[in-house]
Design a protein around this ligand. Structure first.
Ligand code: NAD
Ligand code: AHE
Ligand code: ZN
Length: 375
């Protein structure tokens, strides 16, 4: 079939919206009509050329929601008409990683996914006879896309596509980092570095978990009211503290009899390796945990004095908020429908596919929180 899609033709170039050819689903695959997709900073990261796994030409996008319109042979858990969210982290429930119960990082199809291909090693997309690569197993910047059954979460059909698409990455990553990865307890102190589409969801996750002190750190003062809107109690702009950021934060988190200071939990939502170090060192001696969420470019490395770890700080990372997609994503959609979490105010631009490059421009300008393309 033909479908309209935005093609990433080369690193650093605007996406090109055009008609592409899409093959139907093979065994174990489903065809999805994408109804809406968010634009995550990771799409921009790959488009910029900083992603070691970045491939061109490809169809980016990994934060979608849509409807199953066809199923391939052997598909048993999905049928035409199901409302779904594509999963860049699948959940096969059979691989050693899934069976371990220690991680959400299903390994069933990770190798081919990283090569921009379906599990059988081929692409379903082409244009003028040239192969177009898939992206993160999702390619939601296409009106229609094909996914393996194990990478699709079936969700409540009452939920609107143009908001629940955000659960396909940002919402789940931010809230999941708090609940699944850090396992934040009531009364904790948390510091969130970077108040964008991920950081604000970490903030609402901290509020949900009952954290007492929720500090947001961002270079952009326009993010202060956004943080406050979702539960932030203190805002810090590193350029306005008049000295080193880490001692400032450690001092800010001194509470009652505990005059050592440092947060119980910190979260990097910037992808900046200098910030990752600050986030670790702003943790409380003896127990503070720092969770790396941000994705850093090829060649970037993190460092700190080992003494920071010797004295009990813990450095962790999280992908997709530690969520097992087919199990957890439908629950998060239900939380949203029940009003337990907020999504709508964070969606600050709704665009057509033809306007998709404007979404990247808004991100570069630090304007708004999440742009969503509605098909
Ligand atoms: P975003 O562009 O919406 O937000 C980034 C925020 O960080 C902005 O508010 C910006 O002002 C702020 N910032 C930038 N540099 C800063 C600095 N030095 N100090 C303080 N604040 C700074 O991006 P997003 O969509 O929220 O994504 C954030 C990061 O998370 C990206 O690196 C993205 O690739 C990554 N990510 C990771 C996962 C995962 O599963 N681990 C999932 C989604 C996104
Ligand atoms: N391809 C990059 C890494 C990109 C990355 O870390 N992706 C996150 C999701 S970001 C979503 O917005 C992730 O899930 N990683 C786990 C995985 O298996 O890809 C690189 O550095 O090579
Ligand atoms: Zn993302």
């Amino acid at each position: 079939m033909k479908t309209r899609a935005a093609i990433a033709v080369a690193a650093g170039k605007p996406l090109e919206v055009t008609e592409v050819d899409l093959e139907g689903p093979r065994a174990g695959e489903v065809l999805i009509e994408v109804k809406a997709t968010g634009i995550c900073h990771t799409d921009e990261f790959t488009l910029s050329g900083a992603d070691p796994e970045g491939l061109f030409p490809s169809i980016l996008g990994h934060e979608g929601a849509g409807i199953v319109v066809d199923v391939g042979p052997g598909v048993t858990t999905l049928r035409k008409g199901d409302h779904v969210i594509p999963l860049y982290t699948p959940e096969c429930r059979q691989c050693p990683s899934c069976l371990s119960r220690k991680t959400n990082l299903c390994t069933a199809i990770r190798t081919t996914q990283g090569q921009g291909l379906m599990p059988d090693g081929t692409s379903r997309f082409s244009c003028g006879g040239e192969t177009i690569f898939h992206y993160m197993g999702c390619s939601t910047f296409s009106n229609f896309t094909v996914l393996p059954e194990i990478a699709v979460a079936k969700v409540n059909p009452d939920a609107p596509f143009d908001t629940i698409c955000y659960i396909g990455c940002g919402v789940t990553t931010g809230i999941g980092a708090v609940i699944n990865t850090a396992k934040v307890e009531q009364g904790a102190t948390g510091i969130v570095f970077g108040l964008g589409g991920i950081g604000l969801n970490v903030i609402q996750g901290l509020r949900l978990a009952g954290a007492d002190m929720i500090i947001g750190v961002d270079l952009n003062n326009a993010k202060k009211p956004w943080g406050e809107r979702f539960g932030m109690t203190h805002f810090v702009n590193p350029n306005e503290v008049g000295g080193d950021l880490v001692p400032y934060l450690v001092n800010l988190t001194k509470r009652g009899a505990d005059q050592i200071g440092g947060a119980d939990y910190t979260f990097d939502c910037t992808g900046n390796t200098t910030v990752m170090r600050q986030a670790l060192e702003a943790c409380h001696r003896g127990w503070g945990q720092s969770i790396v969420i941000g994705v850093a470019g090829a060649g970037k490395e993190i460092s700190t004095r080992p003494f920071q770890l010797v004295t009990g700080r813990v450095w962790k990372g999280t992908a997709f908020g530690g969520a097992r997609g087919r199990t957890d994503v439908p629950k998060i959609v239900d939380w949203y429908l029940a009003g337990k979490i907020e999504i709508d105010p964070m969606i600050t631009a709704k665009l057509t596919l033809d306007e998709i490059n404007k979404g990247f421009e808004l991100m570069h300008a630090g304007e708004g929180i999440r742009s969503v393309v509605v098909y």
